[in-house]
Design a protein around this ligand. Structure first.
Ligand code: NAD
Length: 478
């Protein structure tokens, strides 16, 4: 049993004032594995007050290089916990351990070091003015940052906000979700070990109410959100009303375009990590597979073979490729979509139900639907589970039209024997990122969505800008 019955506010462990302490259940076994504190509105208020105070203190006055040193020390402490953090996430949300080791174990420290590197030896930005005068453009921290994150990649998605916010000199209130609240406190342990000043990082796991309180709080200068499009719209509306800067990383329904000349084996090898990463519980999964009619039968058969051969099991075993869904509710949602797909007339070629005889663990078989039309709900709505749709197309113009015919615009992939042609084709796809014969987020390159997939970018130098408030100091001709 892991006991986390206290929140982390102002560098101290503290019982929730108006929140609660609740059980955490393991996705693969349904065993209770821990107890965790969840914050109520008054706890969020305390955390914001601590973060504001930290911004006014030592943290707010450090030089860039001193701050980079402190962030790197924090990264070392986060890194030393990588193995246990990755396992803890997998037990909570069912993520296969190989993926969790990279995304939740190692990536957070990589991101912290990357952003520390971006501010190290930063020069004063003095610009010659058009009329001979000069302007000093200062990069000031925007203020207290409120982060609201989902359960599917809890450590990576928190670090994508934490790292640039710290680099910019901001203090932070992290609001992780109840499903993966336990692992969030790793950041608290690491902050204490690395001697980050009290209040620079505050951790208040909680549900929608705590998130809404954070978004609306007048002491919070910026919100960084990752989650569903529905919640993103609500948060974006509130931030709009308050004129509060916000970045929104939301859902997706991305397409994998297999061109006529595709090296099918190359796509099939990549399929588990490109189309079904984290058992489909990944925003950028290429779950709509667009296949040329001339090779449709061959492609459907090959995908069906590959998917039916994926290894389902306990996420802590290194060979496991498909783990459980995060919760019973998520499993039911995915099974409902499978029923919808059958009802819409799509052809189920593999999967479609719960695996094993055992009724423990929130598993769903990896599932493929063929003969899918892009107007079907299973092709339009984000299922967030191991369900793939194979959609036929006649020529490349039609493939592009189908790929773009989506409310979402997060990601996508193109699989082709001609990389240059793939790169040209990618320009026609209206998404924030796309891969050619590959897909993988890069800490140094911006990531984010268009349309209902979000607003703004994380990662890369572009991911630092939202945490900076510039101040122009106008100077006479020098
Ligand atoms: P969710 O929107 O239900 O919850 C996300 C977070 O927002 C949680 O911390 C939750 O407590 C909080 N929240 C929910 N409603 C809120 C409200 N009205 N006000 C304030 N806070 C609120 O999403 P989820 O089910 O936890 O995560 C899955 C979703 O996240 C999927 O849609 C997925 O595509 C998306 N996602 C997007 C990205 C990306 O980078 N684009 C990455 C991962 C996940």
């Amino acid at each position: 049993m892991i006991e986390r019955s206290e929140l982390f506010i102002n560098g101290e462990w503290t019982r929730p004032v108006d929140g609660e302490v609740t059980d955490v259940v393991e996705a693969a076994t349904e065993d209770v594995i821990g107890r965790v504190a969840l914050a109520g509105p008054a706890d969020v208020d305390r955390a914001v007050a601590a973060a504001e105070e930290a911004g006014r203190g030592e943290w707010g006055s450090l030089s860039d290089n001193d701050r980079a040193d402190r962030i790197e020390a924090f990264a070392d402490s986060v890194k030393s916990r990588a193995k246990q953090t990755a396992e803890l996430v997998s037990r909570q949300n069912g993520m296969p351990i190989k993926l969790s080791t990279g995304a939740n174990g190692h990536l957070p420290a990589i991101l912290l070091n990357y952003y520390a590197g971006l501010i190290r030896d930063r020069q004063d930005d003095v610009r010659p003015g058009v009329g001979g005068t000069r302007t000093l453009v200062r990069a000031m921290p925007i203020g207290v940052v409120g982060t609201i994150t989902p359960w599917n990649y809890p450590q990576a998605l928190a670090a994508m906000k934490l790292a640039p916010a710290l680099a910019a000199g901001c203090s932070i209130v992290l609001k992780p979700p109840p499903e993966t609240a336990l692992d969030a406190f790793t950041f608290a342990e690491a902050a204490l070990e690395a001697n980050l000043p009290a209040g620079v990082i505050n951790i208040v796991p909680g549900g929608r109410e705590a998130g809404a309180r954070l978004a609306a709080h007048p002491g919070v200068a910026k919100i960084a959100f990752t989650g569903s499009t529905a919640a993103g719209r609500a948060i974006g509306a509130e931030c709009g009303r308050l004129l509060k800067p916000v970045t929104l990383e939301l859902g997706g329904k991305s397409a994998a375009i297999l061109t006529e000349d595709v090296d099918l084996q190359q796509y099939l090898t990549a399929l588990p990590r490109v189309s079904l990463p984290n058992s489909g519980q990944t925003c950028h999964s290429s779950t709509r597979i667009l296949a040329p009619r001339s090779r449709y039968g061959e492609i459907v058969d090959a995908i069906t073979d590959t998917v039916s051969g994926l290894r389902i099991g306990n996420p802590l075993e290194r060979e496991t490729q498909i783990g459980p869904m995060v919760s019973a509710a998520q499993r039911e949602r995915v099974l409902d979509y499978i029923a919808i797909g059958k009802g819409e007339g799509a052809r189920l070629t593999t999967g479609g139900s719960r695996p094993f005889d055992s009724d423990r663990g929130w598993f769903v078989e990896p599932t493929v639907f063929a003969d899918v039309d892009n107007t079907m709900r299973i092709a339009r709505e984000e299922i967030f589970g191991p369900v793939l749709c194979v959609i036929p197309y006649s020529d490349e113009d039609e493939a592009v039209a189908i790929a773009n015919d989506s409310d979402y615009g997060l990601a996508g992939t193109i699989w082709t024997a001609d990389e240059q042609h793939g790169v040209e084709l990618s320009r026609r796809i209206h998404t924030g990122s796309i891969g050619v014969n590959h897909y993988g987020l890069d800490p140094a390159a911006p990531f984010g969505g268009v349309k209902a997939s979000g607003y703004g970018r994380e990662l890369g130098p572009e991911g630092l800008a939202p945490y900076i408030s510039t101040q122009s100091v106008y100077l006479p001709a020098g």
